[in-house]
Write a protein that binds this ligand. Structure first.
Ligand code: ATP
Ligand code: MG
Length: 202
């Protein structure tokens, strides 16, 4: 009993010290501004994290614009769900995976058309969150250049958040971002022969 009491007391003292540290860190964070977030890495969870932020933003009554590059698939759960929301603009800007289309000119045209639409959102102060899903591949394949995109992002309305997803985020993109998460691939069910599951993968 005495041992349990002293353990509880040590825990309480430790938590008290931790709370002081956390409270001080929270007190230091006073800046409010639009952020550029990059979600990269080989693991699963980049786009679904972006859609989690879309849900959060919509919950706060914010307007959101989503641009899905590369992928041609248009009946994912998130698209069906979010498209019905009045405060969202949802654009599918891809012809499909590059290894499916096998047509570079068509892919470039789709990427450029998507970027032209995204440009409007990145200039519109009433849009609070812009998601550029799978955008890193456009730079990787040379469909779009970072020299063209980064200045537009830098000049976006104050307070507007931008989320970019895709593997292999470029150094210049990482340098420009405020928050960067790299999701590691430890295991994926696909490698055990499991097909893409509705609600989990699409
Ligand atoms: P999600 O949309 O599920 O968050 P993601 O955006 O991180 O995934 P993408 O590279 O865009 O990853 O791939 C999307 C699809 O590929 C999803 O069905 C996802 O489960 C699958 N996937 C993602 N990472 C891997 C992986 N490491 N191995 C196999 N399949 C993967
Ligand atoms: Mg993705």
């Amino acid at each position: 009993m005495g041992e349990e009491t002293s353990r509880s007391e040590r825990h309480r003292a430790r938590m008290e010290r931790k709370k002081a540290v956390v409270d001080a860190a929270i007190a230091r964070a006073t800046t409010r501004r639009g952020l550029l977030l990059v979600l990269t890495g080989n693991g699963k969870g980049k786009s679904s994290s972006a859609f989690g932020m879309v849900a959060r933003a919509l919950g706060h009554g914010m307007r959101v614009a989503v641009f899905q590059f590369i992928k041609g698939k248009t009946d994912t759960g998130e698209q069906v769900f979010f498209k019905t929301h009045a405060a969202i603009q949802w654009e599918s800007c891809g012809e499909g995976f590059t290894w499916e289309t096998q047509d570079r000119d068509k892919d470039i045209a789709a990427a450029r058309a998507g970027w032209d639409k995204a440009l409007q959102a990145l200039r519109d102060p009433s849009v609070s969150l812009v998601v550029l899903d799978e955008m890193t591949y456009l730079f990787q394949y040379g469909y779009l250049s970072l020299e063209e995109v980064l200045p537009v992002i830098a000049a976006r309305p104050e307070g507007q958040h931008v989320v970019i997803t895709g593997r292999g985020a470029q150094d210049a993109l990482i340098a420009a971002a405020d928050t960067v998460s790299e999701i590691g691939d430890i295991k994926h069910a696909f490698r055990a022969g499991v097909v893409a599951q509705p609600g989990i993968d699409l």
